[in-house]
Design a protein. Structure first.
Length: 209
């Protein structure tokens, strides 16, 4: 099954992708994680992406489309994949349509004021990218998987968060309508507890099988 997670920054796409991918046995393809890895590796793509990401802007379509085209052709995607953070523009969605057949689009919906709180308290593992929130860490500072110290993402600083939300409403939110018209969209309330969001997503995916 080929799935897209749509939703604003902080909606819980990465958190839920880990749960759903483990359940379905398909890989999570996060363009954000891929771009951060490229920055870390100081590759040409990474150098190009960094200025956009630091400013909370989208990386140019041609760069991310090429990344995804190559990634979904990998052997581990043969039984399906979950796209987390792609597509983010109508142009990316059109390109994806020529790359793969999508079975379901899950739109995780959360109000802006909740998103700001979530992103300002988010900490991530610099090795595996797993997201945590300070409210649920109870003083812990390390990733439960890798044991390394959690960090705050550069683009989770307050001024960049507001920029990212603005970019989402302007460029990515139109995809809700785009996929609604294609009959692929299911919206779940992402402001409830982690488990109930996972249950709602699994139910929406079950209906697409
Ligand atoms: P990316 O890494 O994709 O970031 P994003 O979409 O902005 O999403 P986030 O990772 O911030 O949030 P999330 O929805 O995954 O939430 P999470 O699960 O972490 O992109 C970063 C940048 O890369 C972009 O700004 C852009 O520059 C570039 N980029 C990436 N893809 C691109 C593309 N396709 N085109 C162009 N540019 C691209 O959760 C957030 C927090 O909330 C965590 O602390 C978590 O613990 C908590 N939380 C989650 N769910 C719940 C819940 N139900 N209740 C309470 N807390 C919760």
């Amino acid at each position: 099954m080929n799935v897209i997670f749509l939703g604003p920054p902080g909606a819980g796409k990465g958190t839920q992708a880990q749960v759903i991918c483990a359940r379905l046995g398909i890989p999570q393809i996060s363009t954000g994680d891929m771009l951060r890895a490229a920055i870390e590796a100081k590759s040409e793509i990474g150098l190009k992406a960094k200025t956009f990401m630091d400013a909370g802007q989208l990386v140019p379509d041609d760069v991310v489309i090429a990344l995804v085209r190559e990634r979904v052709a990998a052997a581990d995607c043969v039984k399906g994949f979950l796209l987390d953070g792609f597509p983010r523009t109508v142009e990316q969605a059109r390109a994806l349509g020529s790359i793969a057949k999508i079975d379901r689009v899950i739109n995780i919906s959360v109000a802006d004021d909740v998103l700001v709180k979530r992103l300002s308290g988010r900490r991530v593992c610099p090795v595996c990218g797993a997201p945590y929130h300070v409210d649920r860490l109870h003083g812990a500072t390390q990733c439960t998987v890798d044991g390394v110290t959690l960090v705050q993402r550069d683009d989770d600083k307050p001024e960049t968060v507001l920029n990212r939300l603005q970019v989402y409403h302007q460029k990515t939110a139109p995809l809700i309508d785009y996929y609604q018209k294609e009959g692929l969209l299911r919206t779940v309330d992402g402001s409830t507890g982690l488990e109930s969001v996972s249950d709602a997503i699994l139910k929406a995916l079950e209906a697409a099988r």
